[in-house]
Design a protein around this ligand. Structure first.
Ligand code: AMP
Length: 116
């Protein structure tokens, strides 16, 4: 899939608008268009990766950047203490609908477990 075909690549390059919460050379965070919780951010790599199923040990720095950013955004949203969920859906059984690797940062209400 090329960047022009991928919704989240186009958000990353700025050709499709989004409510950006953070952007740097490697990762971007923006508000989900259909929030499932009072806090619902999406964290993505700028580089196109289809899903978590494509990750390898060479992506260790990216994973650290994503987790550090999630912790920072949770603190900024005031939910670091009350709690948050960081989750990535990979493939059809998990309900992945956008085929560019992303993590949902969900918080601000009690989140049930196990998920549906
Ligand atoms: P998933 O179903 O795990 O692939 O998550 C995809 C997420 O992207 C869903 O929560 C959608 O609401 C969200 N989404 C789809 N289009 C946009 C968009 N243009 N801007 C922000 N979030 C979006």
């Amino acid at each position: 899939m090329s960047a022009s075909d991928c919704l989240f690549c186009r958000i990353a390059e700025g050709t499709i608008p989004a409510r950006i919460a953070h952007a740097d050379e490697a990762v971007i965070a923006f508000h989900d268009i259909a929030p499932q919780a009072p806090v619902h951010l999406l964290l993505i790599p700028r580089r196109h990766v289809g899903s978590a199923a494509e990750l390898g040990t060479e992506d260790g720095v990216l994973l650290a950047q994503i987790h550090a950013l999630a912790a920072r955004l949770a603190r900024e949203a005031g939910v670091a203490e009350s709690g948050f969920r960081l989750v990535t859906n990979s493939g059809p059984d998990a309900g992945q609908s956008v085929h560019h690797l992303h993590w949902h940062l969900l918080a601000g209400r009690h989140l049930g477990w196990p998920p549906g």
